[in-house]
Ligand binder design. Structure first.
Ligand code: C2E
Ligand code: CA
Ligand code: CA
Ligand code: CA
Length: 275
């Protein structure tokens, strides 16, 4: 186990994931972590590229482990997906994000949507849309202030997912495709699913300046999305040059360290109050 400076997170070397004992331990601890309230959400702001104002936040889960400290999602989400526990964790994330967003609104802060990451596993339960409806009802958050981020998976049942997404869209919940361009069937998504927004993966954004083909790809994704009436947000924006490029090519929104890393809910509250 080694310490990382960023976000006070503990990062694990690959060795832990190879040890089945450690995996079992972590899996067991994860189960208790839900009951013990050890998960917390950080939020990363999303900005309008024209006005520069904060127009949304993405909820990102962290595990406050009593002994190991703050564990980043990359160190436990894959295991949670594998074991199926991502469904319980995902339920908690969804409700907490909606509850928090409603609390900001009730405090008189600007109303913005919160984006929640969904695992494909959460579609396997056949009641996803009704679960979302009941969380919105319970927390009092209006559907238009919730956005769900989905990623590609080769193992999914397209007609089932598409029906779920149509139900959610009819409710007024926003749908974004996360990590756009990294999968095998990104275009298939746009054709078959009711998508409001796509998020250009940061691997394309990273090399905009160095790699002319990445620049072409990003420009083409933006133009194509706009022709399909789909909004575009770029993720992983770290430099002013990247931001300028995106602005020049009419990208709608951006998210990245250049403006803000994921921060606590208290920080978001301050940012909203100042905006
Ligand atoms: P993601 O959905 O693609 O989230 C964006 C990740 O990129 C976040 O990492 C964020 O901290 C990081 N990031 C943001 N801006 C920059 C930047 O400018 N440069 C770089 N290098 N990185 C940036 P994080 O919080 O560690 O999350 C990692 C992944 O874990 C997420 O990737 C998502 O796939 C997954 N995840 C996080 N929370 C949840 C959750 O509640 N449910 C599910 N199913 N997955 C989650
Ligand atoms: Ca995401
Ligand atoms: Ca992403
Ligand atoms: Ca990702």
């Amino acid at each position: 186990v080694k310490e990382s400076g960023k976000n006070d997170c503990l990062l694990y070397s690959d060795s832990w994931s190879n040890s089945s004992f450690e995996r079992l331990t972590l899996q067991h601890e994860m189960y208790r972590a839900i009951q013990r309230n050890e998960f917390i959400l950080h939020y990363q702001p999303q900005y309008d590229l024209v006005t520069g104002s904060m127009v949304g936040v993405e909820a990102l889960v962290r595990w406050k482990h009593p002994v190991k400290g703050m564990i980043p999602p990359g160190s436990f989400i894959p295991l949670a997906e594998e074991s199926g526990m991502i469904v319980q964790i995902g339920d908690w994330v969804l409700e907490e994000a909606c509850r928090q967003n409603k609390a900001w609104q009730d405090a008189g802060l600007p109303h913005i949507p919160v984006s929640v990451n969904l695992s494909i596993r959460q579609f396997v339960q056949n009641d996803l849309a009704s679960k979302v409806a009941s969380v919105l009802h319970k927390t009092g958050l209006e559907p238009k202030y919730l956005d769900l981020e989905i990623t590609e998976s080769m193992t999914m049942d397209v007609s089932h997912v598409s029906r779920c997404l149509l139900d959610l869209t009819e409710m007024g919940v926003g749908i974004s495709v996360d990590d756009f361009g990294t999968g095998y069937s990104s275009f298939h998504y746009l054709k078959n699913f009711p998508i409001d927004r796509l998020k250009i993966d940061r691997s394309f954004v990273r090399d905009i300046q160095q790699d002319p083909s990445d620049a072409e790809i990003v420009a083409a994704i933006i133009a194509m999305a706009h022709n399909l009436n789909i909004q575009v947000i770029a993720e992983g924006v770290e430099t002013e040059e990247q931001m300028e490029f995106l602005r020049k090519h009419n990208c709608d929104e951006m998210q990245g360290y250049f403006w803000s890393p994921p921060v606590t809910s208290e920080n978001i509250e301050q940012m909203l109050a100042a905006s």
